[in-house]
Design a protein. Structure first.
Length: 177
């Protein structure tokens, strides 16, 4: 079993105040982006059935089953600021599966934070390096750097759970607190 490198607090490197504020945001990053830019857009990058990453499968407790994978870029004024990766097990087909399939370029965050049935688990943090698949996918949006900060949390609705990982691109710090 691979070691869990996700932590309860952001540790493992320097973190400026603006980025720390975004990383520890308790609410919807979509709503915060909308408040901090003139033009906000969710750009759908990928939605398909695939395999959860090893550490996601462990967190979802369903590592051997296929999953729905959704990836989007949250863009402020045409610039990608957050890469979001969502994993939903295909084991139980419920409302959440149908909603995710119909989202398209709409924000999952607006659903997660407004529907009263969702329960959010603890937020976990990790500094991703170029070996991590999510670093590589985020870097494809044109970012550079040695590492990228990420956070993830498990959201539950009835018997279904969705794991949402958000990778913070360098441009997010320019949006301010």
């Amino acid at each position: 079993m691979p070691p869990n490198k996700w932590r309860a607090r952001p540790t493992g490197g320097a973190l400026d105040a603006d980025l720390a504020s975004w990383l520890t945001e308790p609410g919807s990053l979509t709503a915060r982006c909308q408040r901090n830019c003139r033009q906000f857009r969710v750009r759908l990058l990928r939605y398909e059935k695939g395999r959860a990453l090893a550490d996601e499968g462990l967190r979802l407790e369903q590592s051997r089953h296929p999953a729905w994978i959704r990836e989007v870029a949250l863009e402020c004024d045409g610039v990608p600021v957050i890469f979001a990766h969502t994993t939903l097990s295909t084991v139980s087909n419920g409302r959440l599966s149908r909603w995710l399939a119909r989202l398209g370029s709409n924000s999952l965050g607006s659903l997660l934070f407004t529907h009263p049935g969702f329960k959010r688990g603890d937020i976990e943090f990790r500094r991703l390096d170029p070996r991590h698949p999510l670093f590589q996918r985020a870097a494809a949006l044109g970012v550079a750097g040695d590492t990228l900060w990420a956070r993830r949390s498990l959201h539950r609705l009835g018997g279904q759970q969705v794991l949402v990982t958000e990778v913070f691109l360098p441009a997010v710090a320019s949006l301010g607190c």
